[in-house]
Design a protein around this ligand. Structure first.
Ligand code: AVJ
Length: 330
């Protein structure tokens, strides 16, 4: 294969990615109300800011889930091993796989027969995991899959007929409003077979002040995390957002459990994207940026049942702020 061919194809792939980013941004900013999709937060700079967030004082979900994984490792892996038949352990959005490493290490110690298939949209993440994990975890059978969740789940199903165990951690499910989360879990169920399992991390309703503080940290990391998407649009889509003309406004509604972030336009202004699309903002107009849904325990069971799973067991941190639930495909 000659290198021009490879080069052309790589450019085509990256153009396709840029195009859906561009189309989503334009559609979202022409909509009423204006909105952007939080899945675009995670460019290299956004990854770094999220890493900073996970280390900041107010952002509790990561610490809670780490506590669960480090203190209940044996019970969790025993639930996943179930009858002891060989399985594929698939992780949706593996990131740095820090939490799953607890489970992987214990599964290896228990001589469980399994392969680890992390799925991530970032090719950097996947090549990093493929290279580093076999070194930190000798004997690990790993095959990273780079792509969209459901495309890669299909691929995993075609690669082996072994039982599947899916990890969906970090309350990433919370980035969808509840009806969409149910729809997502239904689709997940449709990609699985009866007896397959899911281990899903969900952030729970708690003192509203604790929730709000996690999305309104004193250092302003969450604010920069939100503004970074405007900066990404400037960088990748030739936008001209002036970041100083937008403020971060987080809210939490204890009744619905919806924690939402907005960026508020500080004045009447025009923003141009890609040299041709002009978006006009009125003073005080908002862009809806992200939802981080908080759940009741009852809701987590209802979502499972609605989506065709049966709840098996739940693991909590000491404060009961977060749950990792095990479901089985019914
Ligand atoms: C990675 C989606 C779970 O919603 O809590 C952190 C992202 N947003 N602070 C969350 C996030 C603002 C995070 N998730």
């Amino acid at each position: 294969m000659d290198s021009t061919f490879v080069q052309t194809n790589l450019t085509a792939v990256s153009n396709a990615k840029t195009n859906s980013f561009y189309n989503d941004v334009i559609a979202g900013l022409h909509g009423t109300p204006k909105r952007l999709n939080s899945k675009y937060f995670y460019d290299a700079n956004g990854d770094k800011l999220f890493q900073e967030l996970m280390n900041c004082e107010e952002y509790y979900p990561t610490n809670c889930e780490l506590e669960i994984f480090s203190e209940k490792t044996d019970e969790i892996t025993s639930a996943l091993i179930a009858d002891g038949d060989a399985f594929d352990l698939i992780e949706l959005g593996a990131g740095d796989a820090m939490k799953s490493t607890y489970l992987l290490k214990d599964l290896l110690d228990k001589k469980a027969e399994f392969a680890y298939l992390p799925i991530d949209i970032s090719d950097n993440v996947i090549s990093y995991l493929n290279i580093t994990l076999p070194v930190t975890l000798p004997g690990l059978n790993i095959k990273g899959l780079n792509g969209e969740y459901f495309d890669m789940l299909k691929k995993a199903a075609s690669m082996s007929s072994r039982r599947k165990v899916v990890l969906f951690l970090g309350s990433n499910i919370g980035n969808m409003p509840v009806p969409e989360a149910i729809e997502f879990c239904r689709e997940l169920r449709n990609h699985l077979s009866e007896g397959d399992m899911v281990l899903i991390g969900m952030d729970l309703k708690k003192d509203p002040k604790v929730v709000l503080a996690a999305y309104n940290d004193k250092e302003g990391i969450t604010k920069r995390f939100n503004l970074n998407l405007l900066e990404r649009i400037n960088r990748e889509l030739e936008g001209n957002f002036d970041l100083a003309k937008f403020d971060h406004y987080p809210t939490y509604d204890p009744e619905t459990g919806a924690c939402k972030s907005y960026l508020i336009s500080l004045e009447d202004q025009l923003v141009t994207i890609g040299g041709k699309e002009t978006i006009s903002f009125q003073k005080d107009e908002y862009i809806y940026m992200e939802i981080s849904q908080k759940f009741t325990i009852m809701q987590t069971d209802q979502i499972a049942i609605n989506a065709g799973f049966a709840p098996v067991t739940q693991f909590f941190d000491g404060k009961k702020w977060f749950v990792d639930a095990v479901w089985v495909a019914a």
